[in-house]
Design a protein around this ligand. Structure first.
Ligand SMILES: NC(=O)c1ccc[n+]([C@@H]2O[C@H](COP(=O)([O-])OP(=O)(O)OC[C@H]3O[C@@H](n4cnc5c(N)ncnc54)[C@H](O)[C@@H]3O)[C@@H](O)[C@H]2O)c1
Length: 255
């Protein structure tokens, strides 16, 4: 599918990987809807991107909130062709730590935002995508989810985050199979360590070993490198049901 004249929802688009994807899509002629909790940043991003962008304050984990956001997109742009799920949160807590067992509330919150939120947006966006006129191969839509290399080699303290991202990887193929009948492809990107506000908030004692574990190039990923892959997935119609690592060959050690 070409990006030109398509409409993309980008969750978490006010910051980091989602923001870079929004910029890349707009530069290729797509219109984008930023779904994010951060209204101040989201409004500013949409204003900077111009008439081809809108911001909706959406909590991805909340059904009514996503429905309202989608209604806004349909009212302004009339269709949804692409949904990129970048909204996500991290956590650092051991299964049993110095202060006792892992908080069940924290575990549930991470699963709710990263997994339930991703599924919530995907299912509601796909329901709109099925109304699109089929393009070549009868393609009607593309969904891109964001997992993490922590889905495969989660570190000490990443039990909740890894569980949420592993589940995003796990639902990629069945979702692609479910949506094949309506011409919607589903792929997942599993990023290594990228230079975004989420990662920048981590202290050097966390960042430096991760850069050391990255084989080549020995640095954090640039958000536009994620965005280039998010562009390619849309444009390459034979890519479906797959999780793609983009990580400088990092394999994370336990800590
Ligand atoms: N940066 C990395 O190194 C890295 C590595 C692997 C995976 N990821 C994943 O990539 C995605 C994007 O990460 P980032 O580094 O760009 O993070 P970021 O913190 O820069 O951006 C995430 C955005 O999601 C929004 N958000 C959080 N919860 C939300 C909710 N419930 N509803 C709507 N919006 C919500 C935040 O307001 C923020 O704008 C996340 O899913 C993250 O887990 C990031």
């Amino acid at each position: 599918m070409e990006l030109s004249n398509k409409v993309a929802i980008i969750t978490g688009g006010a910051s980091g990987l989602g923001l870079a994807t929004a910029e890349a899509y707009v530069s290729r002629g797509a219109r984008v809807a930023i779904f994010d909790l951060n209204a101040e940043q989201g409004e500013a991003v949409a204003a900077r991107l111009g008439a081809g962008a809108l911001f909706a304050r959406v909590n991805v984990a909340d059904e009514a909130s996503v429905q309202a956001g989608i209604a806004q997109v349909m009212a302004k742009f009339g269709a949804i062709h692409i949904a990129v799920n970048c909204a996500g949160i991290g956590s650092a807590m051991r299964t049993v730590g110095k202060n006792g067992p892992h908080s069940l509330e924290v575990f549930s919150k991470v699963i709710t935002v990263n997994l339930v939120g991703t599924f919530n947006v995907a299912r509601l966006a796909a329901a709109e995508m099925q109304k699109n006129e089929g393009l070549g191969d009868n393609e009607r839509g593309v969904i891109i989810n964001t997992a993490s290399v922590a889905a495969f080699d989660g570190q000490i303290g990443q039990v909740a985050y890894s569980a949420s991202k592993g589940a995003v990887v796990g639902m990629t193929l069945p979702m692609a199979r479910d949506l094949a009948a309506i011409g919607v492809r589903v792929n997942t990107i599993a990023p290594g360590i990228f230079n975004t506000p989420l990662m920048n908030a981590a202290p050097d004692t966390v960042k430096m070993p991760l850069i050391e574990m990255t084989q080549f190039p020995k640095r954090l990923g640039h958000p536009d490198e994620y965005a280039k892959l998010a562009v390619h997935i849309v444009e390459n119609s034979f890519l479906n049901g797959e999780t793609i690592r983009i990580d400088g060959a990092i394999r994370m050690a336990p800590k």
